[in-house]
Design a protein around this ligand. Structure first.
Ligand code: PXG
Length: 291
């Protein structure tokens, strides 16, 4: 049973959801996207995802032909058409069909695609034992080039890092920024805990400001846990009491080894466990109703 895909104003069966080989999203990675999740019939922090999508589009000078309200409706309607209450949602806007040249002025009509599918969850045991990760040679894109705050269709920087993690036999890579400070992972933000303080790289260091990241910061503050958005050298990762990653797909996932150094006592820590529990409660109530 195939999916119904939203494509430029229509819902079509997935076999018919096709775009041009002249689409600049395909030719150049010229476009933006969001990865969104629905839990129990609610789309988690949909407004935040839509705001980030429109900011990404603005940053690449791409005018979105739908209002934010219409885009929210597209997301919810795609879930309804596929009878989904729990979903992984991929909303993509590319520059659209042009010619073989770079010029975006030759692309009159952006391509808008929305896919709502079931989620492939990480194995539950990873949440109990934690991930081993490495810092990789590939640095995060510099903000003066393609700013990492733009969730663009060009993920080669992150894919290069993922290849390095694959070669090393670990599931995730930590990218440093141009100055050598910790930025983020290939599709997740990173947090550490040291002496009861929760720390994560500040957005100006060149990261995607994750929706999950921001929710975790709020949850920590509600618990009275001090939070710092700061500069983290690798030393701070190695000597952390706890470390975990956050992202729409992963939610919160513990890291127990970094570059062969065991983090804390090698098990998910108490602050991680508390915040994961709080997050799983939050997703039950914080979201836009689909039905
Ligand atoms: N950093 C980067 C570079 C990302 O791509 C995050 C952080 C986390 O952001 P959110 O808003 O999801 O908390 C992302 C997330 C995947 C996948 O399947 C994830 C992302 C992109 C593509 C695939 O894990 N983005």
């Amino acid at each position: 049973m195939g999916l119904w895909i939203y494509l430029n104003g229509e819902f079509v069966p997935e076999e018919e959801a096709k775009i041009s080989v002249f689409d600049h999203g395909f030719l150049y990675g010229d476009g933006v996207f969001e990865g969104i999740r629905a839990y129990h019939g609610k789309v988690f922090r949909l407004q935040e995802h839509i705001d980030r999508l429109y900011d990404s589009a603005k940053a690449i000078n791409l005018a979105v032909p739908l209002t934010k309200e219409e885009m929210i409706e597209v997301v919810c309607e795609t879930c309804r058409r596929n009878n989904l209450t729990d979903a992984y949602i991929r909303l993509v806007i590319s520059r659209g069909k042009g010619d073989l040249g770079l010029d975006p002025n030759k692309c009159p009509q952006p391509t808008i695609v929305n896919i709502a599918s079931s989620i492939t969850l990480y194995p539950e045991e990873l949440y109990r034992i934690g991930l081993s990760v490495i810092t990789v040679p590939t640095r995060r894109n510099i903000p003066e080039g393609v700013n990492p705050r733009i969730k663009s269709l060009n993920y080669l920087n992150n894919i290069m890092a993922k290849i390095e993690a694959n070669i090393a036999g670990v599931p995730e890579a930590v990218l440093l920024n141009q100055e050598g400070f910790v930025a983020e992972c290939t599709g997740d933000n990173i947090f550490i805990v040291k002496n009861g303080v929760l720390k994560t790289p500040a957005p100006y260091l060149g990261i995607l400001e994750g929706v999950t990241r921001n929710a975790v910061i709020e949850l920590a503050q509600k618990r009275g846990i001090p939070v710092q958005e700061t500069v983290l050298p690798r030393y701070d990762l190695f000597t952390a009491d706890e470390c975990f990653l956050t992202g729409t797909a992963a939610e919160l996932i513990p890291v127990t080894k970094i570059d062969d150094r065991v983090i804390g006592n090698g098990e998910p820590g108490p602050i991680f466990n508390q915040l994961l529990e709080d997050f799983r409660e939050l997703v039950k109530v914080d979201g836009v109703d689909i039905y």
